[in-house]
Write a protein that binds this ligand. Structure first.
Ligand SMILES: CC[C@@H](C(=O)O)C(=O)SCCNC(=O)CCNC(=O)[C@H](O)C(C)(C)COP(=O)(O)OP(=O)(O)OC[C@H]1O[C@@H](n2cnc3c(N)ncnc32)[C@H](O)[C@@H]1OP(=O)(O)O
Ligand SMILES: [Co+2]
Length: 149
Protein backbone atom coordinates (compact mmCIF):
# COMPACT_ATOMS: atom_id res chain seq x y z
CA UNK A 1 0.00 0.00 0.00
CA UNK A 2 1.20 3.51 -0.79
CA UNK A 3 0.08 6.30 1.55
CA UNK A 4 -1.71 9.10 -0.28
CA UNK A 5 -2.41 12.72 0.61
CA UNK A 6 -3.85 13.94 3.88
CA UNK A 7 -7.51 14.41 2.97
CA UNK A 8 -8.82 15.94 6.18
CA UNK A 9 -8.48 16.42 9.88
CA UNK A 10 -11.66 15.57 11.77
CA UNK A 11 -12.50 18.05 14.51
CA UNK A 12 -15.28 17.15 16.94
CA UNK A 13 -17.40 20.03 18.16
CA UNK A 14 -20.48 20.39 20.34
CA UNK A 15 -21.69 23.08 17.90
CA UNK A 16 -20.84 23.34 14.20
CA UNK A 17 -22.47 26.80 14.20
CA UNK A 18 -19.99 28.03 16.85
CA UNK A 19 -17.06 26.36 15.09
CA UNK A 20 -17.97 28.07 11.81
CA UNK A 21 -17.78 31.44 13.55
CA UNK A 22 -14.37 30.44 14.97
CA UNK A 23 -12.94 29.30 11.62
CA UNK A 24 -14.30 32.35 9.79
CA UNK A 25 -13.55 35.10 12.30
CA UNK A 26 -10.57 33.83 14.31
CA UNK A 27 -8.87 31.70 11.66
CA UNK A 28 -9.80 33.75 8.57
CA UNK A 29 -11.20 30.81 6.61
CA UNK A 30 -12.96 31.91 3.43
CA UNK A 31 -14.27 28.62 2.04
CA UNK A 32 -16.73 27.01 4.41
CA UNK A 33 -19.24 24.58 2.90
CA UNK A 34 -22.87 24.05 3.84
CA UNK A 35 -23.25 21.56 6.67
CA UNK A 36 -25.18 18.32 6.17
CA UNK A 37 -26.37 15.34 8.18
CA UNK A 38 -24.77 11.94 7.70
CA UNK A 39 -27.22 9.82 9.62
CA UNK A 40 -25.54 6.51 8.81
CA UNK A 41 -22.38 7.75 10.59
CA UNK A 42 -24.24 9.53 13.42
CA UNK A 43 -22.71 12.92 12.64
CA UNK A 44 -23.50 16.33 11.22
CA UNK A 45 -20.63 17.49 8.97
CA UNK A 46 -19.20 20.77 7.69
CA UNK A 47 -16.07 21.09 5.52
CA UNK A 48 -13.71 24.03 5.89
CA UNK A 49 -11.23 24.21 2.96
CA UNK A 50 -7.68 25.36 3.55
CA UNK A 51 -5.82 26.46 0.40
CA UNK A 52 -2.64 24.83 -0.92
CA UNK A 53 0.65 26.67 -1.43
CA UNK A 54 3.25 26.57 -4.22
CA UNK A 55 1.08 24.39 -6.43
CA UNK A 56 0.21 21.86 -3.73
CA UNK A 57 -3.36 20.85 -3.11
CA UNK A 58 -4.96 22.21 0.07
CA UNK A 59 -6.71 20.09 2.64
CA UNK A 60 -9.86 20.24 4.76
CA UNK A 61 -10.96 20.50 8.33
CA UNK A 62 -13.99 18.25 8.79
CA UNK A 63 -16.13 19.66 11.58
CA UNK A 64 -18.27 16.90 13.10
CA UNK A 65 -21.08 17.29 15.62
CA UNK A 66 -22.98 14.36 17.19
CA UNK A 67 -26.21 13.44 15.45
CA UNK A 68 -28.75 11.27 17.18
CA UNK A 69 -28.34 8.82 20.05
CA UNK A 70 -25.33 6.51 19.90
CA UNK A 71 -23.17 8.91 17.91
CA UNK A 72 -19.51 7.75 17.82
CA UNK A 73 -18.63 11.22 19.14
CA UNK A 74 -20.58 10.86 22.39
CA UNK A 75 -17.77 9.56 24.63
CA UNK A 76 -15.17 11.81 23.03
CA UNK A 77 -17.22 14.95 23.75
CA UNK A 78 -18.01 13.76 27.23
CA UNK A 79 -14.25 13.62 27.88
CA UNK A 80 -13.54 16.77 25.84
CA UNK A 81 -16.62 19.00 26.23
CA UNK A 82 -15.13 21.87 24.20
CA UNK A 83 -14.38 19.46 21.31
CA UNK A 84 -10.99 19.03 19.66
CA UNK A 85 -8.96 17.13 17.10
CA UNK A 86 -10.67 13.75 16.67
CA UNK A 87 -9.16 11.90 13.67
CA UNK A 88 -6.87 12.21 10.67
CA UNK A 89 -7.81 10.90 7.25
CA UNK A 90 -5.40 9.71 4.56
CA UNK A 91 -6.23 8.81 0.99
CA UNK A 92 -5.27 5.53 -0.65
CA UNK A 93 -5.70 4.36 -4.25
CA UNK A 94 -7.42 1.08 -3.37
CA UNK A 95 -9.43 0.68 -0.16
CA UNK A 96 -9.45 -3.14 -0.21
CA UNK A 97 -5.66 -3.32 -0.60
CA UNK A 98 -5.32 -0.86 2.28
CA UNK A 99 -7.67 -2.89 4.48
CA UNK A 100 -5.60 -6.02 3.83
CA UNK A 101 -2.36 -4.12 4.51
CA UNK A 102 -3.53 -3.04 7.97
CA UNK A 103 -5.20 -6.38 8.78
CA UNK A 104 -1.94 -8.20 8.01
CA UNK A 105 -0.24 -5.97 10.58
CA UNK A 106 -2.87 -6.93 13.18
CA UNK A 107 -4.35 -3.43 13.36
CA UNK A 108 -7.95 -3.30 14.59
CA UNK A 109 -10.37 -2.05 11.93
CA UNK A 110 -13.46 -0.44 13.44
CA UNK A 111 -16.52 -1.84 11.70
CA UNK A 112 -17.09 -2.23 8.01
CA UNK A 113 -15.83 -0.33 4.99
CA UNK A 114 -18.59 2.21 4.31
CA UNK A 115 -19.27 5.33 2.28
CA UNK A 116 -17.98 8.48 3.95
CA UNK A 117 -18.75 12.16 3.70
CA UNK A 118 -16.83 12.52 0.40
CA UNK A 119 -18.87 9.74 -1.23
CA UNK A 120 -15.97 7.26 -1.33
CA UNK A 121 -15.28 4.11 0.74
CA UNK A 122 -13.69 4.64 4.16
CA UNK A 123 -12.71 2.65 7.24
CA UNK A 124 -11.31 3.53 10.67
CA UNK A 125 -8.34 2.12 12.60
CA UNK A 126 -8.34 1.92 16.38
CA UNK A 127 -6.35 4.78 17.99
CA UNK A 128 -4.68 2.36 20.43
CA UNK A 129 -3.08 0.54 17.45
CA UNK A 130 -2.14 3.78 15.66
CA UNK A 131 0.15 5.64 18.08
CA UNK A 132 -2.88 7.17 19.83
CA UNK A 133 -4.41 8.60 16.67
CA UNK A 134 -7.85 7.56 15.42
CA UNK A 135 -7.05 7.08 11.72
CA UNK A 136 -9.49 7.14 8.81
CA UNK A 137 -8.49 5.63 5.47
CA UNK A 138 -10.38 6.80 2.41
CA UNK A 139 -10.23 5.85 -1.25
CA UNK A 140 -9.15 8.77 -3.42
CA UNK A 141 -12.14 10.30 -5.22
CA UNK A 142 -12.05 9.42 -8.93
CA UNK A 143 -13.79 11.29 -11.70
CA UNK A 144 -17.01 9.58 -12.75
CA UNK A 145 -16.79 6.90 -10.03
CA UNK A 146 -19.84 6.30 -7.88
CA UNK A 147 -19.92 4.15 -4.73
CA UNK A 148 -22.83 3.13 -2.55
CA UNK A 149 -23.24 1.08 0.63
C1 LIG B 1 -18.14 12.44 8.48
C2 LIG B 1 -18.12 11.01 8.15
C3 LIG B 1 -16.80 10.34 8.23
C4 LIG B 1 -15.93 10.84 7.07
O1 LIG B 1 -16.31 10.50 5.92
O2 LIG B 1 -14.92 11.53 7.22
C5 LIG B 1 -16.17 10.56 9.58
O3 LIG B 1 -15.11 11.02 9.79
S1 LIG B 1 -17.19 10.02 10.88
C6 LIG B 1 -16.22 10.32 12.34
C7 LIG B 1 -16.90 9.69 13.49
N1 LIG B 1 -16.87 8.24 13.36
C8 LIG B 1 -15.99 7.49 14.04
O4 LIG B 1 -15.18 7.99 14.83
C9 LIG B 1 -16.06 6.01 13.80
C10 LIG B 1 -14.90 5.26 14.43
N2 LIG B 1 -14.86 5.47 15.86
C11 LIG B 1 -15.12 4.48 16.76
O5 LIG B 1 -15.35 3.34 16.41
C12 LIG B 1 -15.12 4.87 18.22
O6 LIG B 1 -15.38 6.25 18.34
C13 LIG B 1 -13.76 4.53 18.95
C14 LIG B 1 -12.56 5.22 18.33
C15 LIG B 1 -13.54 3.00 18.95
C16 LIG B 1 -13.88 4.98 20.40
O7 LIG B 1 -15.01 4.35 20.91
P1 LIG B 1 -15.68 4.79 22.27
O8 LIG B 1 -16.86 3.96 22.53
O9 LIG B 1 -15.84 6.26 22.28
O10 LIG B 1 -14.60 4.24 23.30
P2 LIG B 1 -13.81 4.87 24.48
O11 LIG B 1 -14.18 6.26 24.82
O12 LIG B 1 -13.88 3.86 25.55
O13 LIG B 1 -12.33 4.89 23.88
C17 LIG B 1 -11.47 3.78 23.96
C18 LIG B 1 -10.05 4.35 24.12
O14 LIG B 1 -9.70 5.05 22.90
C19 LIG B 1 -9.44 6.42 23.19
N3 LIG B 1 -10.03 7.24 22.12
C20 LIG B 1 -11.32 7.31 21.81
N4 LIG B 1 -11.52 8.15 20.77
C21 LIG B 1 -10.29 8.62 20.45
C22 LIG B 1 -9.83 9.55 19.47
N5 LIG B 1 -10.70 10.13 18.64
N6 LIG B 1 -8.53 9.80 19.40
C23 LIG B 1 -7.62 9.20 20.25
N7 LIG B 1 -8.02 8.30 21.22
C24 LIG B 1 -9.31 8.04 21.31
C25 LIG B 1 -10.15 6.70 24.51
O15 LIG B 1 -9.57 7.79 25.17
C26 LIG B 1 -9.97 5.40 25.25
O16 LIG B 1 -8.68 5.34 25.79
P3 LIG B 1 -8.44 5.02 27.34
O17 LIG B 1 -9.17 6.08 28.10
O18 LIG B 1 -6.96 5.06 27.50
O19 LIG B 1 -9.02 3.66 27.54
CO1 LIG C 1 -13.52 11.96 8.68
Amino acid sequence: MKLGRLNHIGVATPSIADSIVHYRETMGATKIHESFDLEAQGVKVCFVDTPGQNGTEGTQIELIEPLGPGSPLANFLEKNPAGGQHHICFEVEDIEDARKWFEEQGKRILGTTRIGAHGTPIFFLHPKDMMGQLTEIMETPKEGAHWSN
